[in-house]
Design a protein around this ligand. Sequence first.
Ligand code: LLP
Length: 421
Amino acid sequence: MDHFQLRNGELHAEDVPLSRIAEAVGTPVYVYSRATFERHARVFRKALSGLERPPHIAFAVKANPNLAVLSLLSREGLGADVVSGGEMARALAAGMPASDIVFSGVGKTHKELGDALDAGIGQFNIESGEEGRELAEIAAAKGKVAQCALRVNPDVDAGTHDKISTGKADNKFGVPIGHAPALFAELSQKPGLNLRGLAVHIGSQLSDLAPLEAAFAKLGAMMTQLRAEGHTITHMDLGGGLGVPYKAGEQLPSPADYGAMVARATKGWDVTLMFEPGRVIAGNAGVLLTRVIRVKRGLKHPFVIVDAAMNDLARPALYGAWHDFDAVKPSGEKMVANIVGPICETGDTFAMDREIDTLIAGDLAVFRTAGAYGATMASSYNSRGFVAEVMVDGSDFAVVADRIPPGDIADAERVPDFLKD
Ligand code: LLP
């Protein structure tokens, strides 16, 4: 459930009519609902309340790194899963304690590892022997001990889009599960590391819990084997990945279904479980508000040309992803149309042959479920700026990210002297 609903014929974010935000801030603009974020964080936590120990929930910052979003989630008691120094800095700036931050990713640089150690990060999810050895050296040189888990690749097909699948044997993530015992034995000898568990994340937008359960079973078996070999395992990180409905009425496993499956799969593990949800917290807590520039006659169907484009919301162009598209003031009439942005390539298409609310030039509309992997994946392609972001709180709203105009981006560029003669 989210707080983007029709009231008196107009789509509102909580108590704010979306046309008011468009007038004040312009379009395109991402609009987030504080109440929806909070609700999702609480629902997720409640879904995990049947576990043997209180879990550690680390929001996957990549899904929505806006500082207001992170500070809201920090107030809800969530930590952060970060994959770069930039994300770590944001989590810290938003008030998340360093000890609640998990650092994932295959390409942590020497500097990022050192900085995270200095910050006192809660856990490194080591993705290779090479990384583990490097981290051990850095930690030893600093006289520190890095808390770590070894991320394993369980070779499970998550059944999601290929580009967001991470747990198949030929994906770059984690170490092959068969390599885990030898690597665990080697790395756990290093004085700079406290290797305390395993981590797994098999992919995103999962619509079936069975692959997750299969991965957790493999992880549990590995944990048992490692314990039998004399290792102490206190933490197991089960990643993120739970999918969300992108189409009205679509049925996916709920957080409660997920929680029940996790409780079943991890029964008797005797560890602190860690989670890295992104989309399930953020996805339906945001929309991308856009204005129709014009409606162009087409051969078969009209093209509804909106002022948002693939640089603002990349998911349809990258993954063929579906986002529901609704008029802010629907008349009740419908049309079949192609929804496109102004960018000069055919990839800048949000939908083809879609039945939508009838729209004309100047009308406002939203792409729904844009709170995760929306603004964060924006680019300035076609020398467009970066869109603004707004957060609504009841009848109040605030700009939580300024629009960055194309000129400000160009200000970072210069023509060198050798081209000036
Ligand atoms: N943990 C790790 C290690 C991850 O790589 C990810 C997502 C997550 C947690 C959070 O997954 P979630 O709960 O959000 O599914 N840009 C793509 C999604 C890429 C996800 C990458 N990793 C999209 O727009 O669909």
